[in-house]
Write a new protein. Structure first.
Length: 260
């Protein structure tokens, strides 16, 4: 299946609900009409829904206000995740009017795991390995903050919670006794999909095939798990690389964040 529309339908039908389905015992998942609301004791909340929310106008504004009031009472910020093909089309505009701020648009791409698993030859000084070690995770997140040029330390708690989850595989790229890139695979249980996340590489180590090698390694893992499709929310830096590898752009996604 390489047709973008068919891939998008499969993603919506199978994998999209993973955005609000949580096996985290500390998470609470509530449904408010067409949206699902996920809250944690000490983490940013999350709201998302199906491709067609089925509400418009004042009803949509009231739905937005209820989510805002819920997290206001908790004193927590939260993200409302949207996709470019969703209805109603003016949801992003109404979120902005309700004091949400966009955290940037990304492109959703899907590729076949079997086509992404070809091994990549790296320099001898660069090695890949999987980890479930908390110290590794902390070092990897620090490296990601440096690579992104912004603090992403909030990922530490999430990844430490996920480190023993068999459906999550964390992969490190190391060189000269330093973590220079990291990424993870998250299998969407009960579907043909897995998500590829991360892949930030320190500036001086870019252009050496590390990003591609991390994709290939995770694709091999996915195939062993019976996964057929890999999904990525890609920045504009990553999107051209992924498209050259055979990933297909199917839609866009934008998170809108509200802060008390």
């Amino acid at each position: 299946m390489t047709d973008a529309a068919a891939l998008l339908r499969a993603f919506d039908d199978q994998a999209r609900s993973a955005e609000w389905t949580s096996r985290d015992p500390e998470a609470t998942v509530d449904r408010d009409g067409p949206v699902h609301r996920v809250s944690w004791p000490q983490r940013q909340g999350f709201v998302a829904g199906s491709p067609d929310l089925g509400v418009t106008g004042r009803d949509l504004d009231e739905l937005i206000a209820r989510q805002r009031d819920f997290f206001q009472a908790r004193g927590q910020d939260f993200e409302w995740k949207t996709w470019g093909h969703d209805s109603p089309a003016d949801l992003p505009e109404r979120l902005v009017q309700a004091s949400f701020e966009s955290d940037g648009r990304e492109t959703v791409l899907i590729g076949r795991a079997a086509e992404m698993a070809a091994p990549v030859r790296l320099e001898e000084r660069i090695t890949l390995r999987e980890t479930r070690d908390e110290a590794d995770i902390r070092k990897a997140v620090a490296s990601s903050s440096e690579a992104f040029g912004k603090d992403v330390s909030y990922l530490v708690d999430y990844l430490v919670e996920k480190k023993d989850d068999p459906d999550t595989v964390i992969v490190l790229a190391e060189a000269q006794n330093r973590i220079v890139s990291s990424a993870r695979l998250e299998v969407v249980k009960g579907t043909a999909f897995a998500g590829l996340w991360g892949g930030s590489t320190l500036a001086e180590w870019r252009g050496k095939g590390i990003y591609r090698a991390l994709i290939a390694h995770r694709a091999e893992v996915a195939l062993r798990r019976g996964v057929e499709y890999l999904q990525v929310d890609a920045t504009e830096d990553s999107r051209p690389i992924l498209e050259r590898l055979g990933f297909v752009a199917v839609t866009t996604t934008t998170g809108y964040v509200w802060t008390p």
